[in-house]
Design a protein around this ligand. Sequence first.
Ligand code: ZN
Length: 450
Amino acid sequence: MRNLILSLLLFSSTLLAAQQYDLVLEGGRVMDPESGLDAVRNVGIRDGKIARVSTEPLTGRRVVQAAGLVIAPGFIDLHQHGQELASQRVKAFDGVTTALEMEIGAPDVAQFLKSKEGHSLIHYGSTASHAAARALIFGTPLPPEVINPRGGIPEILPKSGPATNQPATPEQIKQIQQRLRDELDAGALGIGMGIQYTPGATRLEVIDMFRLAAERKLPVYTHMRSFGRGEPGSAIESVEEVIGAAAISGAPLHIVHINSTCLADTLDCLSLVEGARARGLDVTTEAYPYIAGMTEINSALFNPGWRERLGIDYGGLVLPDTGEHLTKARFEELHNSSTPNSVLVFANTQEMVDATIPNPLIMIASDGAPGHPRNAGCYSRVLAQYVREKRTLTLMEALRKMTLMPAQMLERSTPARKDACGKAPTRTSSFSIRRPSATAPPSKNPWNRA
Ligand SMILES: [Zn+2]
């Protein structure tokens, strides 16, 4: 009898433990774009994971009353350059719990991951940088001590010069590929290619990078080759180039900020993505809800001809800190400087942005870095402008663009890497989207000098 009572006691305490969650979100409107659930529920979270979604009351060590609020998965930003603490903080306020540097990639993935370990507020990760690999092989590596003065993070874009503008020899292409393989082994989530920042890269070099990604079953994230309507070298041709490379190689392709490259032709560019997908190609894309872009003024993006390609003049370039509109003389001074300086680029129209964001192919990704409001407000702005004001998106559709679609994109990296790990078990620790540290980090690492 005593034994029975004891086991009953043990049984009931086990039951109680099973029902106790670390955190309970009580009575919120739970919205899950994957299952379509949109109802008032209680959410039990244990060990950082959603353990239960229920109509029944749940008990937790901490209970947050969520009545009148929406509970959704954390937003995943595939395109976030600002990886320092100040940016991570504002990302979290914008709903982002995972912010990855996928467009260009950190110049040294091992160093980046090490610098973030235990010093990150949200999940982080990076692609392997083709631009940095190319600079390294051309003998002008991106030095970690070159810090973007405003962003407080190491510069990811090379200054326009031989390493960006000259074609690589077949031998150099092999060396770039080897560097990228090493970066993938160090934990990179795919290949990042800013083709417009390395205009010397030939079509064949681009295809060879896609072939490397295909070899690892990993995607290529790319900022495409060119803006504008002038042929050759139009935005349409740029989309064709990367879709062609994906078709030839078999690598999944993610076109970053299609609105920022295709400008007035964005809907036509989207129709190319749609056509490629309809024929079975794994092609995805993203956009941010602003008319201005931002990039480094000494990069190859501003090589001669940029005004014609962008359809703007010097005055369309604005320094974010001062609001100064550039003149020809000021542009030349900054473009020729070896100090990186970000510049806002006013090249888009509100009409185009409004037509792009609701398109079902578009994921939301911020391209965030300090100096542009998209670093802090990208996701809130989509919810405010397109869900609440213009009503061109439902809340569920917007959440799908911010959570499920990027998560499904990242599945291209995770299972592929798991396969690779199956063949080479020693590498199992090298891959993951890195988890944030539990506490606020007292970091002195170079990614954290804001
Ligand atoms: Zn870009």
